[in-house]
Design a protein around this ligand. Structure first.
Ligand SMILES: Cc1cc2nc3c(=O)[nH]c(=O)nc-3n(C[C@H](O)[C@H](O)[C@H](O)COP(=O)(O)OP(=O)(O)OC[C@H]3O[C@@H](n4cnc5c(N)ncnc54)[C@H](O)[C@@H]3O)c2cc1C
Length: 240
């Protein structure tokens, strides 16, 4: 695996518990990866180092840098370490690695994800070069206050007629905290509930599913799809 020496050139702090990090490559000067792959950070620990994996959240066409969307996990070893990063800091990564990738088929891609599971999906979306490709993102989070990247998704949907997205708020009692003009992009409840309408409205086997998020979420979404008759060969996933 390749070692990448980078400089943190930008950090966007989102309101709740996620940051977007932009790392520019020093050596080598470019990175080649398949959207969906992750990169590995060595984190200093009590006895040496531990590895933490982060999905690349940027487009594969953006070769001289990459972006990571990282959740601040309270008490988390890597989270505490990454929190100390300041713009200009040199950071080393290894990679890229991982098998989670979009299949080259004409099927509609359905992305089911929660939290920072959006990271590889963002890379899929930003890297897509086929204007005819249909895809629908269902992105789960608990509260309206957890939200980030909404403007980017709206802008993307405006320019890509076959891209649709729904943000699913599982713990909000209503959409009153969301601007009225944006409510069309939201639903109340979990991602599986929101996706069921799409699943029922299209012929079986016309959809391909990509799931990403914490292990227990991915497992429960997979089970949900299988019990709704989706063939296992049409379900791909990445577990955090
Ligand atoms: C293939 C892959 C890709 C990944 N990509 C990303 C990514 O793009 N962005 C990202 O933020 N993370 C990603 N992760 C998770 C990441 O690797 C770390 O596990 C995460 O950052 C927590 O590490 P930590 O050292 O801060 O916490 P740890 O010290 O490992 O854990 C501290 C405590 O927090 C709990 N915990 C761990 N993760 C979470 C969480 N997400 N939410 C709530 N509690 C948690 C643990 O169970 C533990 O109790 C990915 C994981 C994998 C396997």
């Amino acid at each position: 695996m390749q070692t990448y020496r980078t400089t943190l050139t930008k950090k966007t702090v989102f309101p709740h518990d996620v940051d977007l990090f932009h790392f520019s490559l020093n050596s080598p000067e470019t990175i080649i990866f398949t959207p969906g792959q992750y990169i590995i950070l060595k984190v200093p620990a009590e006895k040496g180092f531990v590895n933490r994996l982060y999905s690349i959240a940027s487009a594969s066409t953006q070769a001289d840098s990459f972006e990571l969307l990282i959740k601040r996990v309270p008490g988390g070893l890597a989270s505490n370490y990454i929190n100390t990063f300041v713009v200009g800091q040199k950071v080393e990564f290894c990679g890229p690695a991982g098998q989670f990738s979009l299949k080259n088929t004409p099927l509609t891609k359905v992305f089911l994800t929660t939290g920072t599971g959006i990271a590889p999906i963002r890379s899929f979306i930003l890297s897509n070069k086929d204007p005819a490709q249909s895809y629908h993102l269902f992105w789960g989070m608990s509260f309206a206050a957890d939200l980030y990247l909404l403007d980017e998704l709206k802008e993307f949907a405006k320019n890509a007629p076959h891209f649709k997205f729904t943000v699913c708020l599982s713990k909000e009692p209503s959409l009153e905290k969301i601007d009225e003009a944006d409510r069309v992009f939201f639903s109340l409840g979990h991602v599986n509930e929101a996706a069921l309408g799409l699943i029922n409205s299209l012929p079986q086997n016309s959809l391909e599913f990509y799931i990403c998020g914490r292990r227990e979420v991915v497992e429960s979404l997979r089970e949900y799809l299988y019990t709704h008759g989706i063939d296992r060969s049409l379900v791909y996933f990445e577990r955090y």
